[in-house]
Design a protein around this ligand. Structure first.
Ligand SMILES: Cc1ncc(COP(=O)(O)O)c(C=O)c1O
Length: 392
């Protein structure tokens, strides 16, 4: 490997959301945080170089992306996913959650229904509710250790609630599914049939475990493309979330106009200087880094799978297909919710994301962020093992 993902970087006292607020979040000061979805790896050295150059230049005036920026974004999605696009489709925005909220406001009105597939990333719920839209849930079905879609329920919920917008999480956070082409086509066709616009959040698309393949929603065909808002960002892929850049592909001119108008209403205009530089450089030079990172994460996953089986078999790993987030089922411990939360936070001293935050279906589950050096993973899972063993 060219890159070193084993290196431990001290993130404390950097205003890190993950590391610097345990007291405010109700966790002991020495807890190990594997919750919020950013990584404990430095962004690629190539990207750091460009950021250092920008810092040395020392002027941080208004900036706007040029042709090279759009070329880099388009080329990444073409080479990795076969997604052919035009530069004018890309709308830049400060984030995906911002863009989901923007789409909700642009394409629905108060009290209109928006569909999500639960359990799902919590802002999918909150963006709908805070904008006074009706939240409609198509629960994913947990069968034989895998989450699948109940398509009948999916269509029924759309019809019964006159759904206008569907927020698709692809790959899915937290259950780790990488939707197959068939599944996407099936959902896409139902949405087309009932005039439901698809907002496809593909922020995790670059984290795919062996044997799986991510399909960009826009590659399914012209009709699907024109009925979708495809949300991408370099933030998860290259650990750049704090630089706040996302690229939203909207092929349909009228949808793009509405989306851009809604952005204008917020008063937001340009991306930040370092965000532009890092996004372009990452997409231009980050291929090898991402490939090696995926290998590293695959190894973390394999370690965790074996460790759990051998040491804490009452906890079940839901086999992920993508993302660096692992979904663990603690039901086998057979303890109350309060005791379970205490066990993890106070005895194992781990800050994980409790499953219910993603929907009621997540009761008894925790989401674990595995994007950290293997030594951190080892420490965390040993803590969990000791806590579970001393508990039972
Ligand atoms: C599915 C999904 N969408 C969006 C985001 C956040 O994106 P942004 O920081 O660009 O708002 C996350 C972060 O965890 C995520 O998991």
């Amino acid at each position: 490997m060219k890159y070193n993902f084993d290196k431990i970087i001290d993130r404390k006292n950097t205003n890190s959301l993950k590391y610097d607020f345990p007291a405010e979040q109700g966790y002991p000061p020495d807890c190990l945080p594997l919750w919020v979805a950013d990584m404990d790896f430095q962004t690629p050295p190539e990207v750091r170089k460009v950021l250092e150059k920008s810092a040395r230049h020392g002027i941080f005036g208004y900036t706007s992306p040029k042709k090279d920026y759009f070329d880099a974004v388009q080329s990444w999605f073409l080479k990795r996913f076969g997604f052919k696009s035009k530069s004018e489709w890309i709308v830049t925005a400060p984030g995906i959650v911002f863009s989901i909220a923007t789409a909700i406001k642009a394409f629905t009105s108060a009290k209109n229904s928006v569909l999500i597939q639960t359990p799902v990333y919590y802002p999918f719920h909150s963006c709908v509710k805070i904008n006074n839209r009706k939240l409609v849930k198509n629960s994913l079905v947990f069968r034989n250790g895998k989450y699948i879609i109940d398509f009948k329920d999916f269509e029924k919920k759309i019809i019964d609630n006159k759904v206008k917008l569907f927020l698709l999480c692809s790959p899915h956070n937290p259950v780790g599914r990488v939707w197959t082409k068939n599944e996407l086509i099936k959902m896409g066709k139902i949405c087309l049939k009932h005039n439901v616009i698809v907002v496809s959040d593909e922020i995790h698309c670059d984290f795919i475990f062996k044997g799986n393949k991510h399909t960009v929603f826009g590659t399914l065909g012209e009709k699907f493309l024109n009925n979708s808002i495809i949300c991408t960002a370099p933030s998860k892929t290259f650990n750049l979330a704090g630089l706040q850049v996302s690229n939203i592909f909207i092929a349909d001119k009228e949808k793009r106009r509405k989306f851009e108008l809604e952005i204008q209403k917020t008063g937001y205009s340009q991306l930040n200087t370092m965000g532009i530089a890092s996004c372009q450089n990452a997409y231009e030079n980050g291929v090898r880094w991402v490939d090696e990172l995926n290998e590293y994460l695959q190894n973390n996953l394999e370690y965790i799978r074996t460790f759990i089986k051998e040491n804490i078999p009452k906890i079940k790993l839901i086999e992920p297909e993508g993302t660096y987030l692992l979904w663990l089922d603690f039901d086998g411990l057979q303890i109350t919710e309060n005791k379970l939360k205490r066990l993890v936070a106070q005895e194992a001293k781990l800050h994980l994301s409790y499953g219910k935050g993603f929907g009621i279906e997540g009761k008894g589950f925790f989401r674990v962020n595995a994007a950290c050096p293997l030594s951190t993973i080892k420490k965390a899972f040993n803590r969990l093992k000791n806590a579970v063993n001393s508990f039972s």
